[in-house]
Design a protein around this ligand. Sequence first.
Ligand code: NAD
Ligand code: TYD
Length: 362
Amino acid sequence: MNILITGGCGFIGSNFTRYILKKNENVRVVNLDKLTYAGNPANLVDLASHYPDRYQFVKGDIGDKVAVQKIFDTYDITWIVHFAAESHVDRSIIGPEVFLHTNIIGTFTLLEAALGCWPLEDPEQLKGRRFLHISTDEVYGSLDESGYFTEKTAYDPSSPYSASKASSDHLVNAYYRTYGLPTIITNCSNNYGPYQFPEKLIPLMIHNALKGIELPVYGDGENVRDWIYVEDHCEALLEVLEKGDPGERYNIGGNSERRNKEVVLLICNELDKQLGLINDRPRKDLIRFVSDRPGHDRRYAIDGSKIREELGWEPAVSFEEGIRLTIEWYLQNPEWVEGILNGSYREYYRKQYGGRLSEQES
Ligand code: NAD
Ligand code: TYD
């Protein structure tokens, strides 16, 4: 079985690629990735030699019709697992245009290719094919102190990122309803774990706390996210691919709501415990409350009852355990982090935080 994974060199895509190749010997993965700043070939560097016949990398843009068509002409694709996206809210505030190109036009291009190539008139040939669109809980907007996002919650996105994801979700749904393309959408909460780009909250705080750099918490730090360990997300996606019904949507959450302040404190305490104090001070002294993100959603929380009741899936890794595993991974892979802290990321960091990423920088 051939699986087209888009964005396989990013955080979740690389974790899923590893997961599926290990889990199922009968699959071949074709990974289409443009290698933007977030796409890192180092995430999958060992796969070509480990799985010479089962892993194929194609560098290209999901919005490039010719490149996408060539993949469909070369391989009989059974599953499309679509991760590729511009994924960072703060970057979407600084420069939204690329979010519209990749997240909306890119998704449209993939839908069109699948529509043109899949045998929609032949139920026998179509059976088992899936276009899985990986989306986010951010499309639902912000919750107050109570309540949860269900699959029926109305879309109400706040940022250019979430608005572009919402738009792509609508297109995916339309291709199911209008053309019968066997699509499924998953809306997942905040992921964390190995290979996450250090611009996101958890790896950013781990990195800065390791180096003794200030820890920038937006606003009052009371915003809540529902954190899921990335391997739990990968497992849920495979359940959805194998057992989910076309036209359906599934919310995926981690059952781990935490305030940002709590998350940062946990990382500080865990690092102090493992490595000792930094410059004779606890790392929590590095916390700084900085200007809030414009349009900052207050709280996200997933009602995971549909996927639990219909597909029998629920998250297995507790937040405390997941944070320990994540810190362990970052401590064991310093060269991976150093490889990312290149010119373009340093430039972004200065622009976003007005500060430096290391003591050595002038
Ligand atoms: P990421 O930013 O780490 O990786 C994105 C990948 O897509 C990179 O490898 C990048 O090179 C590639 N890419 C970007 N534009 C492309 C294009 N035009 N053509 C081909 N490849 C392109 O993202 P992530 O955190 O791994 O998120 C993956 C998906 O999951 C996204 O669709 C995101 O919206 C969704 N999601 C993420 C989270 C999260 O917490 N990270 C939560 C829910 C949903
Ligand atoms: P982030 O990891 O960017 O994910 P998302 O915006 O998709 O939820 O941010 C998670 C939370 O952490 C969010 O409430 C914003 C906050 N945050 C900070 O307080 N400081 C930071 O430097 C970053 C990157 C995020």
